[in-house]
Structures are given as structure tokens and as C-alpha cells.
Design a protein around this ligand. Structure first.
Ligand code: MN
Length: 201
């Protein structure tokens, strides 16, 4: 069974005006699709083709001879995670366990937002900003290119794609505006809560 492009969890127009249908058309339909196609081509007729996506990522992480496989597999995973980390009418303030965990780790939700924005804005070149759980504690991190928390013993809770293809059609070079909009209008805190609960099991 080849790896497949998951459908977006909402309509292409659903995140507008914050992220346009045009951006989602390219980002999901072209970029995400290309990672899936590349991964299938690179794993065709190998033992990796029958593994789960997560197992392909773990089997190729840190292995220079499998860098192409890792990059494409991780980008398939990262994008699916990113689509689910957003929802129409999202953003704002988290509730319940997520709010308590963020307050415990960062002091306040405002401080978390400052740290998350700084990670996203200062990631030089392409990459991802993350909220992760590591050893039962929440942390903000950033990774370059395709790199991701599971390659570092961390559980991803939230991500923001800061590759230029994620925001250039809508925000041009204004990455800080895109990240601020992501926090204010797009974050799916229910998804973060489910990931936090799963990280404790
Ligand atoms: Mn992307």
C-alpha cells in the first residue's frame, strides 16, 4: 500500500482570509503531494514501503544514506500534523489541561505566545516552530527543513510551518504577521489537548 496524501480536514476556503484557498491549493495539492510522491518513489520495492510512516521516519532519522527518505517522510508527517493543528475559527486562549500545562511551563499564556513566535520568526530559512512534550514537560522548539520532534525523543503537540511556501502568497515576506495570525485565528487547541493527553499515556 503506497503512502497516501490525506485529505485536508476542512474545505480549502475554510481558513480564509487568514490562509487563502490559493495557498492551500499549492501547499496541500502540490507541496504535500510532492513529498508523498517522492516518498513512494524512494521506498518502492524496499522493506520500508511496508512500514508505517512513523516507522519509516524512525528508521531513516540520522542515517545520511537515507536522508532523502527521511526528508520526504518527515515532511509528509509534518504537513498532516500542521493541517490538523489548525481549524476555522481557531486560535485564542486554550482551556483546561492545556492551559494549566502552558501556565506551568511558561508562566503564562502570553509568555508562551512570545516564545512560540520568537522560535517561528528566528528559524533561519525553512523549518517548523513547535510546542512539544519532553519528559512530561512542555517546551517550545524549532527545527530546520524536515526535522521533527519524534527524531529527538519529543512528542509534538502543535506546529507552525515556517517554510516560505506556507505564507508567501498571503503574507509575502511578513513571517511575523503570519505567525501572529496563526496564534490568534487558526490554532486548533482541541488537537493540542488530544496530543497532550496521548503524551501522558
Ligand atoms: Mn509546508
Amino acid at each position: 500500500m503506497p503512502f497516501e496524501l490525506p485529505a485536508l480536514p476542512y474545505e480549502k476556503t475554510a481558513l480564509a482570509p487568514h490562509i487563502s484557498a490559493n495557498t492551500l491549493d499549492f501547499h496541500h495539492g502540490k507541496h504535500h503531494q510532492a513529498y508523498v510522491t517522492n516518498l513512494n518513489n524512494l521506498t518502492k520495492d524496499t522493506a520500508l514501503a511496508s512500514l508505517s510512516l512513523e516507522d519509516v521516519i524512525k528508521a531513516s532519522a540520522g542515517d545520511a544514506s537515507k536522508a532523502g527518505i527521511f526528508n520526504n517522510a518527515a515532511q509528509v508527517w509534518n504537513h498532516t500534523f500542521y493541517w490538523n493543528a489548525m481549524k476555522p475559527g481557531g486560535g485564542g486562549v486554550p482551556q483546561g489541561d492545556v492551559a494549566a500545562a502552558i501556565d506551568g511551563a511558561f508562566g503564562s499564556f502570553e509568555k508562551f505566545k512570545d516564545e512560540f513566535k520568537a522560535a517561528c520568526v528566528t528559524q533561519f530559512g525553512s523549518g517548523w516552530g513547535w510546542l512539544v512534550a519532553e519528559g512530561g514537560k512542555l517546551k517550545v522548539t524549532k527545527t530546520g527543513n524536515a526535522d521533527l520532534p519524534m527524531a529527538h525523543g519529543q512528542t509534538a503537540l502543535l506546529t507552525c510551518d515556517v517554510w516560505e511556501h506556507a505564507y508567501y502568497l498571503d503574507y509575502q515576506n511578513r513571517r511575523p504577521d503570519y505567525v501572529q495570525t496563526f496564534l490568534d485565528h487558526l490554532v486548533n487547541w482541541d488537537f493540542v489537548a488530544a496530543n497532550l493527553a496521548a503524551s501522558k499515556r
